[in-house]
Design a protein around this ligand. Structure first.
Ligand SMILES: [Zn+2]
Length: 208
């Protein structure tokens, strides 16, 4: 999970809320929903808010996710700070979470969210024992972030840069870390946060 820096809400949403004080998400016109989702996908650098897989603005690849579900928090259904873009996988992330919520769920808006999780070159995700592991455990389970499909995708992404396939030198790992920590394009590579976590552990072992 990667920290998301929220932009101000889109002006169209601001105008809609001002003109429709009692409106909820159900009242949003389709075009406005599409516009908001597009803003979310761009501010997340084309990365699912939970798993970090690549997404785009298409209905087939992403949906507008409410971190605090509309069903339980209707007063937050038009709050841009409660809106995220999730991938559309049915067995993980926003679709899996659906209307579930737990106050311990780790939010991608938490600047320290990535510290709660550790990733291995094999693609597993585990709670970081040093950062409130109970919250991470609940989050991994509720979003099904350690499912076989995501493990396999993360493993392949890591193998794509040589992690787990060959012995990388400390210099090579540092160069890879730099390129994944400071992406130069408006789109993040898939699973970049998981890759950074695994690279840091490999570097720690090489230097230890
Ligand atoms: Zn996802």
């Amino acid at each position: 999970m990667r920290h998301i820096n929220k932009n101000p809400e889109p002006p169209e949403l601001h105008r809609f809320r001002r003109a429709n004080r009692r409106a909820t998400y159900e009242h949003l016109p389709d075009m406005l929903r599409i516009n908001i989702r597009s803003c979310l996908v761009q501010e997340q650098l084309y990365s699912c808010c939970y798993c970090g897989n690549h997404i785009n603005e298409s209905n087939d690849y992403s949906h507008l996710e409410h971190f605090k579900p509309r069903h339980h928090f209707p007063n937050l259904s038009l709050d841009y700070n409660n809106m995220l873009a999730s991938c559309n996988s049915m067995n993980s992330c926003g679709k899996k979470k659906d209307s579930s919520y737990d106050s311990q769920l780790i939010s991608p808006l938490d600047p320290l969210c990535s510290l709660h999780f550790l990733y291995t070159p094999e693609g597993e995700v585990k709670p970081n024992p040093n950062h409130n592991p109970d919250s991470a455990r609940i989050t991994i389970e509720m979003l099904n972030l350690d499912c076989d499909r995501l493990r396999g995708l993360r493993r392949r992404a890591m193998q794509g840069i040589g992690l787990g396939l060959c012995d990388l030198s400390a210099d090579e790992v540092e160069q890879l870390l730099h390129s994944f920590e400071k992406p130069s394009s408006a789109q993040l590579p898939a699973f970049s946060t998981a890759i950074v976590s695994a690279l840091k552990q490999v570097l720690h072992e090489l230097e230890g």
